[in-house]
Structure formats: C-alpha cells, structure tokens
Design a protein around this ligand. Structure first.
Ligand code: SF4
Length: 307
C-alpha cells in the first residue's frame, strides 16, 4: 500500500448473491493508450484487516460470491494488524480460509501476475477460488505490444497461459483485445487472430482503439481509419462468439454450481458461463445439470439447492 494514499472503499452488488469489493486502485504503468496513469498514478490497497471484515460482513448478509476488483489487482500489497506483510497471493490464501460456503472470483489480472504461486493456490482451493481468469492480452503482435508500451511479449503471455492450463486445463480464460491501435496493419491484426485461436480463449472483450488526449498513442503515426477499425472489431467479435460457443459446448452434460443473477432465471457458473434456467431460483448456490447450448448460453435444469 502506498503510505498516505486514499484507500479503495467501494463495494457494489449484483442482486443478493454477488458482491464486488474494490481492494486496489491506481496504476503506475505507462500503456501508451491509457489515461489512468495520468489521473490515478498511485497504487493504493485496502488494508488486509479491513478487507477481511468487509468480506465477513458480506458473507453474514448472505452473499455467496465475492468478486475482488482493482485496476492492478495483482499488485495488491498490504499488511495485517500485526504488521505482517500480505501480498496478493497470501491475501487470497487467507480469504479462502474464512469459514462458510462462498467462493471468490478475481476480476482482471495482468499476465505478469499469473505466477506459479497463484496457480497453485487456485488449484488447491477446492473451488473456493473460481477457476476463471480475465487476463488482458491487448494484441498478439510483438510489434504492437511494444508500441503499446505493454511490458510483456506475446511469447511470454503464451508461456504463462501454458503454465496455467497445465495445472488447470478447464480454466475459463477471458481476455481484453484492442483492435485498430496505430500501426496495426493487416498482418499484425492477423497475428492477434492467430494467437487468440491458438490459446483458445473462452471469450474476448473487444475494444476499438480510440485516441485519448494526453496519451502518447494519440500522437503516433499510423492512425487507423474508423471504417477499418469497425471491420476488425466485427471480425474479432465473430471470433469471440465462436470461442464462447465452443467453451459453452464443452459444458453440456456436466453438473455446475451456480449463483443466481439478477432476474433469478439466469445464473453464473464457476468458470463464468451464463446459464438460462427453466424456472426462477432464489439467491445463493444451486446445483444445475447443463442440458444444451444456445450459442454461448447454456440451458440447464436445477437439480438441487446446493450444499
Ligand atoms: S491499461 Fe491497465 S496497466 Fe496499462 S496503464 Fe492503463 S490501467 Fe495501467
């Protein structure tokens, strides 16, 4: 935690099953397209004891899925009341040991935070940590990544994902991908398409590059025309649909432990698939049997209120 920095304090809720807890704020990296370092350059983290109390309170109120959020979540660093250092992975280890029936989901993590310790904690958490990660890639082109001032290469990204999938082969794996970054020609765009297919993500969040004042990329040569950016975004979204449908298809026939979404007719699996149900369910955990898919959506039958 940065001494004296404001602590992230926001929590927000989705229905009565899922609570989003902001545990970290700010970013001191320098991605060429991003305004956040200019407006929130200091990293700040919620002190561990405050975080633990907040999670315990939410569980006491009946929330069963706690989503940990932050701009650089993996940079979480704090101390407990006894002054003992609590880094990101030890924070997760401690939270997963809180008694009760609940699960923890991580919102978004950078690839350099997907270390072997994190993978081991996920694998050993017996479902307490959702087997689902959102890890921004942004581009599959080494040239574009460097120009974006991202701090990893496509090859490094692939190596870490291989390490993750070696231990958790069925992990839900989602990513952010940006299209139309200045200088991204067709060959470099194709490198992104190829890497995404090779990695077999479970789904993509597709972003169109847009010029932001005061960012280095706004002054770069090679700005891509809007029409071309739209065409690439459409192609990437078609790929996203196919990846999500393929990931969903692998779930048919399985039993899943889901939490109700807002309507009560939809629910969320551990690995971040949306499930449509034939009848409304209450908040909390439910076991469902997955019957069929409709594109990226699953249709399932409630088999029991989970225990
Ligand atoms: S894109 Fe993310 S990592 Fe990069 S500067 Fe912005 S907030 Fe930081």
């Amino acid at each position: 935690m940065t001494p004296g920095a404001a602590q992230p304090s926001i929590s927000w809720f989705h229905g009565h099953s899922r609570a989003f807890v902001k545990i970290q704020d700010g970013c001191n990296m320098e991605c060429a397209y991003c305004v956040i370092p200019a407006v929130r350059p200091k990293l700040s983290c919620k002190p561990y004891d405050n975080l633990r109390h907040e999670v315990e309170n939410l569980l006491a109120q009946g929330y069963v899925e706690i989503v940990l959020c932050g701009i650089r979540l993996g940079r979480y660093m704090s101390a407990d009341g006894a002054g003992k250092r609590v880094d990101f992975v030890s924070m997760l280890e401690r939270l997963t040991r809180i008694p009760g029936d609940f699960r923890i989901r991580l919102s978004s993590l950078e690839i350099t935070d997907v270390g072997d310790r994190l993978i081991a904690v996920m694998a050993n958490s017996t479902g307490r940590l959702c087997p689902s990660l959102h890890v921004p890639l942004q581009s599959g082109s080494a040239w574009v990544l460097k120009r974006m001032q991202r701090w990893y290469s496509a090859a490094f990204y692939k190596r870490r994902i291989n390490a993750l999938k070696n231990v958790l082969p069925h992990v839900g794996l989602f990513t952010d991908i940006m299209v139309g970054f200045p200088g991204e020609n067709q060959a470099r765009f194709k490198e992104s398409l190829d890497l995404i297919k090779e990695i077999e993500f479970s789904g993509l969040h597709v972003f169109r590059y847009s010029q932001r004042a005061k960012t280095p990329a706004a002054r770069y040569e090679g700005q891509i025309p809007e029409k071309e950016i739209s065409a690439r975004a459409s192609e990437m979204r078609r790929l996203d649909h196919d990846l999500r449908a393929a990931f969903a298809a692998r779930a048919v026939g399985s039993r899943r432990r889901v939490v109700a979404e807002l309507s009560g007719r939809e629910a969320l699996t551990e690995d971040f698939l949306t499930v449509k149900l034939e009848k409304e369910i209450n908040q909390g955990f439910h076991n469902v049997q997955v019957l069929k898919t409709d594109g990226p959506l699953l249709w399932a039958q409630v088999s029991s209120t989970a225990q």
